[in-house]
Design a protein around this ligand. Structure first.
Ligand code: IDP
Ligand code: MG
Length: 151
């Protein structure tokens, strides 16, 4: 856990279509995380197969790739204290029916195959995902608010 920890957060195509991009960004901003990379991208199936390589072989894998390639996603990197684990808590459980109200999936989704947002599950996978989606790198900058959020 570190103040510099980074996580890869992605609004999925259903989140973009449903107009939830601003709401999801607001939650991370309000919590105190710093946005260090952001872009709208319509990913290819090949790129998405790399992103979800660990799930290759699952019965839902072809449907997952089709869903994720069905429209643009918003790819983001958020940085701050315990960003990976806290990002997962903010997302809620993978199956929205099990996601607590107050979480992104618990507030906006019902179906596991339309759960509107992705978040890295470990620091190691976060770094891999950041490299995959942002080969051009991220932008580091200071914010005066840092001293008001971190001890
Ligand atoms: P996560 O997104 O919470 O990390 P993973 O197990 O990594 O969950 O699965 C990646 C994505 O694959 C999920 O967010 C969801 O969109 C989809 N998915 C997972 N399990 C199922 C399933 O049983 N049916 C359909 N889609 C699934
Ligand atoms: Mg996952």
């Amino acid at each position: 856990m570190s103040v510099q920890e980074r996580t890869y957060i992605m609004v999925k195509p259903d989140g973009v279509q449903r107009g939830l991009v601003g709401n999801i960004i607001s939650r991370f901003e309000q919590r105190g995380f710093k946005l260090i990379a952001l872009k709208l991208v319509h990913a290819t199936p090949e790129h998405l197969e790399k992103h979800y390589a660990d799930l290759k072989g699952k019965p839902f894998f072809p449907g997952l790739i089709k869903y994720m390639a069905s429209g643009p996603v918003v790819a983001m990197v958020w940085q701050g204290l315990d960003a990976v684990k806290t990002g997962r808590v903010m997302l809620g459980a993978t199956n929205p029916l099990a996601s607590a109200p107050g979480t992104i999936r618990g507030d906006f989704a019902l179906a596991v195959g339309r759960n509107i947002c992705h978040g890295s599950d470990a620091v190691e996978s976060a770094e891999k995902e950041i490299a995959l989606w942002f080969p051009e790198g991220v932008t580091q900058y200071g914010k005066d608010i840092d001293t008001w959020v971190f001890e």
